[in-house]
Design a protein around this ligand. Structure first.
Ligand code: NAD
Ligand code: PRE
Length: 287
């Protein structure tokens, strides 16, 4: 296994940044792992859990890194890059782990122009938890890692980032940044918005019935809404950054639920069964 970086600095040591650091160590990354976070507890925990070698509340810690990995919520990227920029040394590659790419990738490239090459990245793995204390061993093994190169991307930097993720056991795939946002608005962002909305609807129904309906939930509710426990700041930022695609996905979801509504109202047994059969078949094909 070849490691092309000597010191990796993670900006935002939460669940994903922490899991990235933890799994670098598990895979035998021989270099140094550092982190910067605005939350002192994240830095302290990272050191205590031996997930990072050194941490700081100051962005100047990136000055000795040859790979900088942004793992904050996507809404603070611009601010983060402005803060990091004065400390990035020549030859350093900057990448990220955020759930939205599209325009954000071009913004990062622009902000880092003449300073460092930027490679957009997105691990398709996570949990509903937050914070470095919830970092997960082997989280990225056999998971997809999407890189989103543009016409400006430095090919050498891209290959190094791809190789790093292969070392973590991920299946690396390339996607155009705007296409990425359409895809994940459908398969990731829509399910989260719907899960939060289901909980909200049951809460409203609880008030109507003057009963805490959540006392009666079973496996169906739990399976469907685990992701409604995800971090609200992360999901607010994703919804704002990828709003157009998410709104398009919501429109499609509304058409589907209106169809079910229409079939139930019409007591159309045959069509209702067909609707469920078609969805069941699609879902059962997902590995
Ligand atoms: N949670 C998932 O399942 C998942 C999966 C793939 C990608 N992502 C992406 O990874 C990123 C991080 O998500 P997470 O789940 O690890 O969130 P998290 O809340 O666990 O961690 C985010 C960390 O960033 C820190 N932070 C916030 N603003 C900062 C700033 N200005 N400077 C430095 N640190 C700052 C926070 O203090 C926190 O420690 C997000 O962009 C998210 O979209 C998340
Ligand atoms: O398993 C979960 O809890 C997740 O939500 C992970 C998940 C997803 O599959 O939607 C969430 C956001 C990411 O950008 C990538 C992965």
């Amino acid at each position: 296994m070849e490691w092309e970086f000597n010191e990796i600095c993670i900006v935002g040591l939460g669940l994903i940044g922490g899991s990235f650091a933890l799994n670098l160590k598990l895979k035998g990354f021989p270099g140094k792992i550092t982190a910067v976070d605005i939350n002192p507890e994240a830095v302290e925990k990272g050191i205590e859990l031996k997930i990072i070698d050194k941490g700081s509340l100051k962005y100047s810690i990136v000055s000795s890194a040859d790979l900088v990995v942004i793992a904050t919520p996507v809404g603070v990227y611009k601010n983060v890059i402005e803060n990091l920029k004065p400390y990035i040394k020549e030859g350093t590659v900057v990448t990220d782990l955020g759930s939205v790419k599209g325009k954000l990738v071009y913004t990062c490239e622009e902000l880092l122009k003449g300073v460092a090459p930027f490679v957009g990245g997105h691990p398709i793995a996570g949990t509903e938890k937050s914070g470095v204390e919830n970092a997960v061993e082997n989280l990225f093994v056999n998971a997809k890692f999407v890189v989103t190169p543009t016409e400006n991307t430095d090919r050498d930097a891209l290959e190094k980032v791809k190789n790093l993720w292969r070392n973590l056991g991920s299946e690396v795939i390339e996607m155009e940044p705007f296409y990425h946002d359409k895809v994940f608005a459908a398969v990731s962002h829509l399910p989260h918005v719907v899960a939060y909305s289901i909980v909200s609807a049951i809460d409203e129904l609880s008030e109507d019935l003057k009963t805490n309906l959540f006392d009666y939930t079973g496996g169906g509710f739990r399976d469907f809404t685990r992701i409604a426990m995800s971090d609200p700041v992360m999901w607010r930022d994703i919804c704002i950054e990828n709003s157009e695609n998410i709104l398009r996905s919501i429109e499609s979801f509304k058409r589907a639920i209106e169809e079910v509504e229409r079939l139930i109202r019409a007591k159309d047994k045959e069509k209702l069964k067909e609707f469920f059969e078609k969805a069941r078949e699609k879902r059962s094909l997902v590995k």
